[in-house]
Design a protein around this ligand. Sequence first.
Ligand SMILES: [Zn+2]
Ligand SMILES: [Zn+2]
Ligand SMILES: [Zn+2]
Length: 498
Amino acid sequence: MSDARSVKSSNSGFRSLKDKLRSTFGRRSVDETNSPRRKSSTGENVPPGRRSLQRSSLDSRQGPNQNPAFKTQAERIKEARETGPKIDKQTGELRDDTLILHSLAHDSFDTVTEILNKYELDPNRKPGEPQIASLSPQLWIRITEHLGLVDRACLSIASKTLLDRVGSSYLNTLSHPENKEYRLSFLHRVEDQLPNHLFCFVCNKYHLRTIKGQEKLKPASVLNPLFNCPNATNNLMPQPRLRIATGRTLPFNFVQLALKGKKYGPGYGLDATTMTRLWREQDEPRWIHSSRYFVFKGHLLMRVQSTCYTKGGLTPAAERMLLYSREDYQPYFSVCAHWRDGLLMNICKCALTHLPVPPEKSLHEGLAKVAGRRVSQGAIITLCSNCRPMRRCPACPTEYLVEVKLAEDRSEKDPMKLFKHAIVVTRWSDLGDGSSPNSPEWAAVTGAIDNYDSISTIGTRAVSGTFESQTADTGPGQRILNLNPKDEHKGEEGHDWY
Ligand SMILES: [Zn+2]
Ligand SMILES: [Zn+2]
Ligand SMILES: [Zn+2]
């Protein structure tokens, strides 16, 4: 006992106890006293005031597998919170680095989650209407003076008490025709409460979705109304839409549906992957198109890949017949509004020149026929530094890649001609956040605005790279150059595009 008394003078209860036990039981740790074999000895040796240790030995009886020497982080934090910072029995130091940092920084042992929980809204909390009503209308008017028109209108419809205090004058102001933009912004904010409605940008109001959940992207020639709009037949006020290819468009309503579906759930719109389409054109040269959509960080991204089987050695007229639709005088493949400016059509024509010339047109036609052998089809075609890189339109978030490769034509009956050379033009576009046709990306892609600088806005993370990284496909792995390096905007006046 004289040993024990001398240790007690070190002002550490646990330390004295531990040393006492160690002197009694050799080098075993204090925690081992929890083993059933040691209970009687602890019961004898521990003074009546050492309740904590007695309790822990009682706890150990409940679960034989519990070993207090190995505590989880949660248990240590819990223990630290109950008893304050503890000194390590062995070293005399604070036990936990996290606890040390927290105690230095916050002077408390509350974790961030605990602090947040303190301020979490109590579901049983009484309504705050009396507190809102306790402030005078004059004071509320003063508060709203610091808000914008849309925020004022939102505040006034937040509750009946607020409407009484703030008044409905802001809602009336919003309905003025000159406040169209503010009204749009206000209505956009309440879209999470309107799963059955879709905003009509022609009427500037919400319409009820008449075929909710059954909306399908259809060719432009098929009537496909999603709601009953009084301006549906008004040719002067068409619904905003984007040309994808000949006879195919993407109405802006589908951009809304895809983004609302992703943001609020399937009841609000569509899954963007259900808008994937694959079609082959009816007229020669029968281009094949495949379109895919994908929502990334609240923006709808689109990829349209257009393929056409072709041969080398085309004349300039044949190249035009291959590339341009006679229906709408635009390329067969999908393009942004700026396709005439820049190098896009030249790149396509350059890529076509790299195709191997068919044997009947080559200089060795006769020789090949006499020898009775097939002339090499040129399975691997190398493009030049002009047509190989990807190109980004500087005026909108659109990127292009032109490839010429061997592709399988499944409609071909002759097995000897199954693989053919094809030109493949892939276009990636960011179609914006669906808030309005005036959103920068949609407006730039459709050519409504001319102040969009895609080179600085998109930066190094390409639309194509973002799109391909989300699907299982591998990226094209080409560097990206400016589609319009000379920054010429001649449109139809230029001569290079045709
Ligand atoms: Zn309408
Ligand atoms: Zn080339
Ligand atoms: Zn463009």
